[in-house]
Design a protein around this ligand. Structure first.
Ligand code: AMP
Ligand code: ZN
Length: 471
């Protein structure tokens, strides 16, 4: 597979550190509110990367953090008069609900900054000991000039950056506010302010800087050199540049081999963001559209290209997705009809089917080109519809159905046809479950609950008896 590496600005063949394994770290959201659909873009595209690598046989260790200590969280907590953990825990749970709706699989590990403080203090101390960091009045700064490769990811030159900072530096020096050795230096540890959460450290009460979190957590949960580090393109500078500086200065090893950055989700050609106020939450969009439509929409563009959000494009996505699920349904009908007449799944059919899989793989191998991968799926849909019209056996239909389902699943799209269950059958099963419970046959009762769940039926035991609903 080829990946466009921000570090080299080239598409490069993906060669993992350890054969057959992939360690991926994706910067996660700051949890102070519901996520917006711009935040959902990296979640969806890098979940798709993970799914594709697994499809190709890789054992993937996928780590994505929640930033749960931050100015915005503290501000929100103070406004509401609650502890900042009340805010962060609430929005972590809400974010996980959105992820589930979008079929974004939970990460192997979702570390939280506040739960990793001792390791953060250790990295700061290591950096001080090695001369890469210094403390001033309770703040610890990273000494950017001590890391000559600073700027290699964002392709910025230290001297240019310095001159950009010169005016600011001069102003700060004159006002006597600056305690930094150099205006480029950034914060690793900041001292506590009144009303803020804090942890004890060798430099007094305080909390870690944002960049430090990711360096520490990726090291802890993946270790060594990461295969892939990913996030939105707004994170290239300074966040990822600073992560590289901290990690490579502390660990004396390459931090990450491949850097992948998604383009922005825009609205009216402007980046969707909280601060501009031009955002829609995932929760809001999912009131109007099936979350699968949002996921499909995100994948209609290759992840590096900017993507404009609009109702028209969501309607197109909705109709396109329906074409796939309709084809799956038609195929499933042939499969379940146990049809023996019609064209058989011979070598030519096998070859034809493989050509669509090949097209799909080639698209995904080319820097995760999901737009072209979707085109390959549509070609398969068209082929399937034609073949059904011409007449095929159930075996043939089942091969097409399985392939359509597998390729859709790599993109995280569900086109599986759920077995329909009639209300009368549901009621009969509920009755059987109640009887089983009465007879203390809890295994059978649980099995019935699971069987119904697999068909999309949820049971609720209430005082008025068992209630059920379709999901
Ligand atoms: P934040 O909570 O702002 O740190 O963002 C979490 C993730 O969402 C980061 O990887 C950001 O780069 C990404 N992100 C934020 N806004 C957008 C957007 N409009 N389009 C694409 N990605 C975004
Ligand atoms: Zn990060």
């Amino acid at each position: 597979m080829k990946i466009f590496n921000t570090l080299t600005r080239k598409k490069e063949e993906f060669v993992p550190v350890q054969e057959g394994k992939a360690g991926i770290y994706v910067c996660g959201p700051t949890v102070y509110d519901f996520i917006h659909i711009g935040n959902a873009r990296p979640m969806i595209v890098f979940d798709t990367l993970r799914r594709y690598l697994e499809f190709r046989g890789y054992d993937v260790n996928y780590v994505s953090n929640f930033t749960d200590v931050d100015d915005k969280i503290i501000k929100r907590a103070n406004e509401q008069g609650v502890d900042s953990t009340v805010i962060s825990e609430k929005y972590i749970e809400e974010c996980k609900k959105d992820m589930e709706a979008l079929n974004v699989r939970p990460a192997t590990t979702h570390p939280q900054a506040t739960k990793e403080i001792p390791d953060m203090i250790k990295m700061v101390q290591d950096l001080i000991d090695k001369g890469h960091a210094y403390e001033k009045n309770g703040t610890v700064y990273f000494r950017v000039r001590s890391f000559p490769e600073y700027g290699k990811l964002s392709h910025k030159n230290i001297d240019d950056l310095e001159s950009g900072h010169r005016d600011e530096k001069h102003a700060l020096k004159v006002s006597g506010e600056s305690e930094k050795e150099d205006s480029l230096d950034f914060v690793l540890w900041k001292p506590m302010k009144e009303g803020e959460p804090f942890w004890e450290s060798p430099w007094g009460k305080g909390r870690p800087g944002w960049h430090l979190e990711c360096s520490v957590m990726s090291k802890k949960y993946i270790g060594g050199t990461l295969d892939i580090h990913a996030g939105g393109e707004d994170l290239i500078f300074p966040h990822h540049e600073n992560e590289i500086a901290q990690s490579e200065a502390a660990n004396d090893t390459t931090f990450a081999n491949y850097w992948m950055h998604n383009g922005f989700l825009k609205i009216n050609n402007e980046k969707m963001s909280k601060s501009l106020g031009n955002f829609f939450t995932v929760r809001d969009i999912c009131k109007k559209y099936d979350p699968q439509v949002l996921r499909f929409f995100m994948l209609t563009a290759q992840y590096r290209t900017p993507l404009n959000f609009s109702d028209e494009l969501m309607e197109v996505a909705k109709a396109s997705l329906l074409r796939i699920t309709n084809a799956a349904k038609s195929l499933n009908d042939v499969v379940t009809s146990d049809k023996k007449d019609g064209a058989a799944f011979d070598d030519t059919a096998k070859e034809e089917l493989n050509s669509y899989i090949k097209k799909f793989d080639e698209a995904m191998d080319d820097d995760l080109n999901t737009a072209d991968a979707i085109s390959a799926i549509f070609e398969l849909v068209k082929y399937s519809n034609t073949k059904i019209k011409e007449g095929i056996t159930s075996e043939y239909a089942s091969k097409l159905y399985e392939t359509l389902k597998t390729l859709s699943d790599v993109l995280g799209l569900k086109c599986e046809v759920k077995e329909e269950i009639l209300d009368a059958d549901i009621l009969a099963l509920i009755e059987e479950r109640t009887a089983a419970k009465k007879n203390k046959d809890f295994a059978r009762a649980d099995a019935i609950r699971d069987e119904l769940l697999s068909k999309g039926i949820i049971l609720k035991d209430t005082r008025e008896g068992v209630k059920w609903q379709r999901v």
